[in-house]
Design a protein around this ligand. Structure first.
Ligand code: SF4
Ligand code: MSK
Length: 628
């Protein structure tokens, strides 16, 4: 791909970035520029600060500099330890999110608060919880207790590992990566990477895999499943996306972060007639809630709440001058928001004891008093409407798309073409048939963040378009999902980007060619879908003509996701190299040798066009091996 030097392919982002420049407001791109050149030791993973004798760094450019840390740790050890710690931090973030959802379910005392009772009873059955003679609230409590047990149970493997195909489970057991309790695996990474502990890079990565697995097959899956039980399993719906969803005449509330417990309560509170009336008294026409990052995905999928934008648009939303409050909980919240809100009337409201920001107003969210607190927060926003300063500048750009493809929604969609005489409904058969016949060549998950090392959104969108034209179906989550919906790839019109086969499938099933499967924790939905397809063909996930890509990733969570996907047998393409290039051994292990163990591996490719070529070649190779 020609790099045109643009910071973004998104018109709304370009417009507000220019505004920021004109007003002398510093954004993520300016700070990234000021940071150049970035530290080469850090970039390659060669700096160690694991003990008080350090920091130590390995010099790669000359043999004259240090070739080992003060304790003797080699580049392999230091790089592997740094990588493992990042993975553990990522797994911790996703898993702690899952824990909070489980706690929210545990405290439910009214059946009306359970939105998907069928899913609750299905999960109770899967986990061997007796339901006879128990009411819904009691079952919810027991399911929540079981989920909470996954974090600290003394014996046994993660319960959700059983959802994988048999061959995969066996492989995990044989290779010593079948994870036990979530907290235990994460603690073990911190322990084994402590000074003077594990020095064998392969063993460090093995432990990192165990921790990563507690994310995808543990905390994230708990987060997804229990959120569906509590707030409803997403089904397809139309949604508007991009900063143009903000409304000049309304009180605008942007909810940003990750956990749906807070955002669900804000959505309900913003509809409270008393507060709407109050907003009108302040001169507004009403209250408009929009979501950002993964919180945006959560409430869009369940309620059709407009999606304001992704990670690199959070600062820009405030620069519209139209946001009365930005309400945040955890993860992916730039501390710079507090500085930028000083230039506008926007109130930055933090709500989690895990994520306070100096300069923000802190109103702690408590699930037990969710509605009461949410009302208080919404009222703060409403009363701030009259404080707008200067001109409001909302870009016109917004697009429309169909989102909300949970696994259940996909199966329901597939049922439309299932021949019910020959085959029962509720299976992935139509999807497998389309892949086998070659109408669909395969499927790719495009996930992850934005990163200044890549032009904003451009890599997500270019990669998706390149895959669509090769008849490869795309599923997406997180900020990748925002990029795709903004670019119109979740509309029927996007069929124009597809090859003939994919266009026919989309028409037949009445789906867009890029399926929105949710937030970052919802990558667990993709794991279950892959498992179902692999089980259906009697094989393993690593047999499937599929891949994953994170072309603009930046967070530690993305590293955990990448590693559990690889350990699950998936080819994972990263658009930005992780900090492992300082050790040839570690880099070669992760990008080559690991494939002979798990059937999945990492690929690094920053150019999305070349990335699509590599992914397509991988998919064709898998097809050949399957004999299709
Ligand atoms: Fe240096 Fe070893 Fe301490 Fe790391 S653990 S800072 S390499 S002495
Ligand atoms: S929000 S982890 S920037 S995808 Fe999940 Fe986006 Fe990445 Fe955060």
């Amino acid at each position: 791909m020609e790099n045109c030097g643009c910071i973004t392919c998104d018109a709304a982002t370009k417009e507000l970035y220019e505004k920021a420049k004109n007003e002398g407001i510093e954004t993520v791109w300016d700070r990234a520029r000021a940071m150049q050149p970035q530290c080469g030791f850090g970039e390659m993973g060669l700096c160690c600060t694991n003990c008080g004798m350090g920091p130590c760094r390995i010099v790669k450019v000359s043999k004259d500099g240090p070739q080992a840390g003060i304790c003797g740790a080699t580049e392999d050890t230091i790089v592997a330890r740094n990588f493992a710690r990042s993975v553990a931090a990522g797994a911790a973030a996703h898993s702690d999110h899952g824990r909070d959802i489980a706690l929210a379910l545990y405290h439910v005392d009214d059946k009306a608060r359970i939105k998907d009772e069928e899913k609750l009873f299905k999960l109770a059955d899967e986990w061997g919880i007796t339901v006879e003679g128990k009411d819904t609230v009691q079952v919810a409590k027991e399911v929540a207790e079981k989920a909470l047990g996954e974090f600290g149970k003394v014996f046994g493997n993660l319960l959700f590992l059983k959802r994988a195909p048999e061959k995969r489970i066996k492989l995990w057991e044989e290779t010593g990566v079948a994870s036990e309790a979530i907290d235990k695996e994460i603690v073990r990474v911190l322990h084994s990477t402590h000074m003077g502990c594990d020095a064998d890079y392969r063993n460090i990565i093995r432990q990192a895999i165990r921790a990563a697995m507690t994310d995808g097959w543990g905390g994230s899956m708990i987060g997804t499943e229990l959120s569906d039980i509590l707030f409803g399993t997403p089904m397809p719906k139309k949604v508007e996306a991009n900063l143009g969803v903000l409304k000049k005449e309304y009180v605008n509330i942007v909810v940003h972060g990750h956990e749906p417990t807070l955002s669900e309560a804000i959505v309900v509170a913003a509809r409270d007639p008393e507060l709407v009336e109050l907003a009108k008294k302040q001169g507004a026409e009403g209250i408009n809630v929009a979501g950002m990052c993964c919180t945006g995905n959560e409430i869009a999928m369940r309620h059709g709440i407009p999606m304001a934008g992704n990670f690199f648009q959070q600062e820009l939303a405030i620069m519209t001058g139209a946001v009365e409050a930005m309400i945040v909980d955890v993860q992916c919240i730039m501390p710079s928001l507090a500085t930028i809100t000083k230039c506008y009337h926007t109130k930055l409201i933090t709500t989690s004891p895990k994520a306070k920001i100096p300069g923000a107003t802190h109103i702690e969210f408590d699930e037990q008093k969710s509605f009461e607190i949410a009302k208080r927060i919404v009222k703060e926003a409403v009363m701030n409407f009259k404080n707008r300063k200067g001109e409001v500048h909302i870009p016109d750009e917004k697009s429309e798309g169909r989102i909300g493809y949970s696994l259940e929604a996909i199966i329901k969609t597939l049922d439309r073409v299932t021949n019910t005489h020959a085959h029962p409904s509720g299976t992935v058969k139509p999807l497998v048939d389309a892949i086998k016949s070659g109408v669909l060549r395969g499927a790719v998950a495009i996930v992850g963040c934005n990163n200044h090392k890549q032009p904003h959104d451009s890599c997500h969108v270019t990669l998706a378009k390149e895959l669509l034209k090769r008849d490869i179906l795309v599923v997406t989550t997180g900020c990748g999902a925002h990029a795709c919906v903004k670019a119109g790839l979740m509309s029927d019109d996007a069929r124009k980007y597809c090859g003939k086969g994919l266009a026919t499938v989309c028409e037949l099933l009445d789906i867009p060619p890029v399926l929105h499967m949710g937030s970052c924790v919802d990558i667990s939905r993709i794991l279950v879908l892959l498992s179902e397809v692999a089980k259906y063909i009697g094989g393993d996930i690593s047999d499937l003509p599929v891949a994953a890509a994170a072309p603009e990733w930046m967070s530690e969570k993305a590293q955990a996701i990448g590693l559990y996907a690889v350990a699950s047998g998936v080819y994972v393409l990263l658009g930005v190299a992780p900090a492992v290039t300082g050790s040839e051994n570690v880099a070669t292990y992760l990008t080559k040798d690991i494939e002979s163990v798990f059937g999945g591996r990492f690929e690094i490719e920053s150019d999305p066009v070349k990335a699509a070529e590599k992914i397509a070649a991988h998919i064709e190779n898998k097809r050949k091996r399957l004999g299709i």
